[in-house]
Design a protein around this ligand. Structure first.
Ligand code: ZN
Length: 143
């Protein structure tokens, strides 16, 4: 059976639908989308983080009223102490996070941490994270 094809508006190559993101009326293939994201990250990482936050906020009906000035990238992750950098290990990449997950992307509620810290934090509350650390120390012990 022939798979339906679609022509990418960017590279102009005719590709199977599986090479395009599903549930989206996109005209760009995933390879072109990924290259575009890479270029945006390279051009201005703060602008890239802001755009990602705006897109995410819009998708879940949250407010995103922060501006570029609210995004300050420190040299090290404030939560894990590891250096933040754009190349190499993804875990070291700067990542915009909300201090309080219950509050939107508004002034004062965002900070830049490492992707590693962001994924460890997940959607947990500060209380849950404190409980996690407390129990971890209790079960595994302090090094
Ligand atoms: Zn393409």
């Amino acid at each position: 059976m022939d798979e339906a094809l679609k022509t990418c508006a960017i590279c102009g190559v005719e590709k199977p639908l599986s090479k395009f993101r599903k549930n989206r009326k996109t005209r760009k293939c995933m390879a072109c989308e990924s290259q575009r994201d890479k270029n945006r990250r390279k051009a201005d990482y703060r602008a890239y983080m802001l755009e990602v936050a705006r897109t995410r906020a819009k998708a879940v009906g949250r407010e995103c009223s922060i501006t570029l000035d609210d995004i300050v990238v420190p040299t090290h992750c404030p939560l894990l102490g590891i250096p933040l950098r754009l190349s190499g290990d993804r875990g070291h990449r700067p990542s915009l996070d909300r201090k309080d997950n219950a509050i939107d992307y508004v002034k004062g509620n965002v900070f830049v941490i490492s992707q590693r810290a962001n994924s460890l934090k997940g959607g947990l509350s500060v209380e849950q994270l404190a409980m996690f650390a407390h129990n971890l120390l209790a079960y595994i012990g302090k090094p």
